[in-house]
Design a protein around this ligand. Structure first.
Ligand code: APR
Length: 255
C-alpha cells in the first residue's frame, strides 16, 4: 500500500498558533491509537485490536466480571503490566511540551486508561474511561463502609476480609457511567476551544465520539490525526492521515 503523502500541516499550525494565544484555546481528544506506538494495543484495529482477540462482554462488563472474576482480574493484571512497561511516545511528549510552553491553553481529554499523558507532563488530563492502574470496590462495602481497597485480602481478585466485596480495576466498563464531572469538563473544553485535535480514536464509542461534532458546532476548527478512516471524519475540517508519534511533533513543535 502506497504511503499516504505527508499532509500539509501549514494551515493547521497557523490556527494552533492563534489558538495558543487564548486560555483554553486548544483541546485534544485522544483514543487508543495515541498509545499504539508505545506498544499498547488498540481495541478495534483488525487482528491486533483487543476486541479482535477477546470478548468485551466477558472482559469489560460487570456481568462478565461477576461471571468469572479471576479471568477478568488476570486479564487486567496483564494489561497493567503492559502499561507499566510502556513509555510515552513522541506524540505524548509533543503534547506535554506544548502544555509546558503554553500554560492554561491546552485541555487534554482521553479515553485511554493508561497513564502515558500524565507521565508525559499533563497530569491534569481528563480521563473519560477511568484508570487501569487504580483499584475500586465492586460494590459498596457492607460491613465497613469507607474501608480502603489496599486493606483487601490478597487474591485474584483481592476481596474485603469483612464482607467478601471484590476489588475491580478503576476503568469504565460497557454500560457504566463515566466518572463524575469528566464528561462535563470535556464538554466545557470543546465549547470554548478554537482548535480541537482528535487523535487515534475510531469514534465508535459515545459520548466521547460526540465531542468532535460539539466542538465544530461551537465554531472550533476540528482536526483528526488517524492513519485510517474513523466514524467521525465527517466532523473534521482537517483529516491528517498519519500516526500520533509521526504527526504530533511536526504539528506542534515551534507552535
Ligand atoms: N496513531 C494514531 N491513530 C492510530 C494509530 C497511531 N499510531 N494506530 C491506530 N490508530 C487509530 C485506528 O485507526 C483507530 O481508528 O486509532 C483508532 C483506535 O480505535 P479503537 O481501537 O476503537 O480505540 P478507541 O477509539 O480509543 O476506543 C474507544 O472503546 O473499547 C472501548 O473503552 C474503550 O476507550 C475505549 C473506547
Amino acid at each position: 500500500m502506497a504511503a499516504s503523502p505527508t499532509p500539509d500541516l501549514g494551515p493547521l499550525r497557523q490556527r494552533l498558533a492563534a489558538a495558543a494565544a487564548q486560555p483554553g484555546g486548544v483541546a485534544v481528544l485522544t483514543g487508543a491509537g495515541m498509545s499504539a506506538e508505545s506498544g499498547i494495543p488498540t481495541f478495534r484495529d483488525a487482528m491486533s485490536g483487543l476486541w479482535a482477540r477477546f470478548d468485551p462482554a466477558q472482559l469489560a462488563s460487570e456481568d462478565g466480571f461477576r461471571a468469572d472474576p479471576g479471568r477478568v482480574w488476570t486479564w487486567y493484571a496483564e494489561r497493567r503490566d503492559g502499561v507499566r512497561q510502556a513509555e510515552p511516545n513522541a506524540g505524548h511528549l509533543a503534547l506535554g511540551a506544548f502544555h509546558r510552553r503554553h500554560p492554561g491553553v491546552l485541555t487534554l481529554v482521553t479515553q485511554n486508561v493508561d497513564d502515558l499523558h500524565q507521565r508525559a507532563g499533563v497530569p491534569e488530563t481528563i480521563r473519560l474511561h477511568g484508570d487501569i492502574l487504580a483499584d475500586q470496590w465492586l460494590g459498596p462495602c457492607r460491613k465497613s463502609p469507607g474501608c480502603a481497597t489496599a486493606q483487601a485480602e490478597a487474591g485474584e481478585p483481592p476481596r474485603c476480609r469483612d464482607c467478601g466485596n471484590l476489588v475491580r480495576p478503576g476503568v469504565v466498563w460497557f454500560g457504566e457511567m463515566l466518572p463524575e464531572g469528566a464528561l462535563e469538563a470535556a464538554q466545557r473544553a470543546v465549547d470554548r476551544c478554537r482548535v480541537l485535535l482528535v487523535v487515534g480514536t475510531s469514534g465508535a464509542v459515545w459520548p466521547a465520539a460526540g465531542l468532535a461534532g460539539r466542538a465544530r458546532r461551537a465554531g472550533a476548527q476540528v482536526a483528526i490525526v488517524n492513519p485510517h478512516e474513523s466514524e467521525i471524519d465527517g466532523d473534521a475540517h482537517h483529516v491528517l492521515r498519519g500516526t500520533a508519534a509521526g504527526l504530533l511533533p511536526a504539528l506542534l513543535e515551534g507552535v
